[in-house]
Write a protein of this length. Structure first.
Length: 160
């Protein structure tokens, strides 16, 4: 298994999710982009700084690292499922969509209030940020599957 492919998939997926988040960021600022808000709050705590509704290099770095790690995990899971002859949805975009939903449900939704002190269900900006974040995660997951499909169609060995 070539983990560099997992890193590449995570980087490209992260770039795609950032592009998808720009409209929400423009409309609501960092507070309205749930995963960016979390990253900024984590950076604020580590750097002992007062929270602001702006993007910082440290917050973006945390967001980037998370995106790459989650992309690597997707790649590893697909390889494990493939090696064990377990069910993988094809086209892989479907597996990616499900993965994006799972990531939203287990890594963002339950911890957002703990990290940011802001409930996603009673968000001060309304329901828009939760829907925006859910859609962004679905696009992120789908993009991971699409990237792997593109790499496979170019005869790169994805699964070992």
């Amino acid at each position: 298994m070539n983990l560099l492919l997992g890193v590449l998939i995570g980087i490209i997926g992260h770039i795609i999710i950032l592009i998808c988040e720009f409209p929400a960021l423009y409309k609501w600022g960092v507070l309205g982009v749930l995963e960016l808000h979390e990253s900024e709050c984590i950076a604020d705590k580590f750097l002992h700084r007062k929270a602001k509704n702006i993007i910082t290099l440290s917050g973006m770095t945390i967001h980037f690292i998370n995106g790459v790690i989650i992309g690597i995990v997707f790649y590893i899971l697909l390889n494990i499922f493939n090696a064990l002859n377990l069910f993988i949805l094809h086209p892989l975009v479907l597996s990616g969509l499900i993965y994006g939903l799972i990531i939203f449900l287990i890594t963002l939704a339950p911890v957002h209030k703990i990290i940011t002190n802001t409930s996603i269900l009673n968000h001060p900006l309304g329901r828009g940020p939760i829907f925006s974040s859910l859609i962004a995660h679905l696009i992120y997951g789908a993009s991971l599957g699409i990237i792997i499909e593109i790499l496979q169609s170019n005869q790169l060995t994805i699964f070992m």
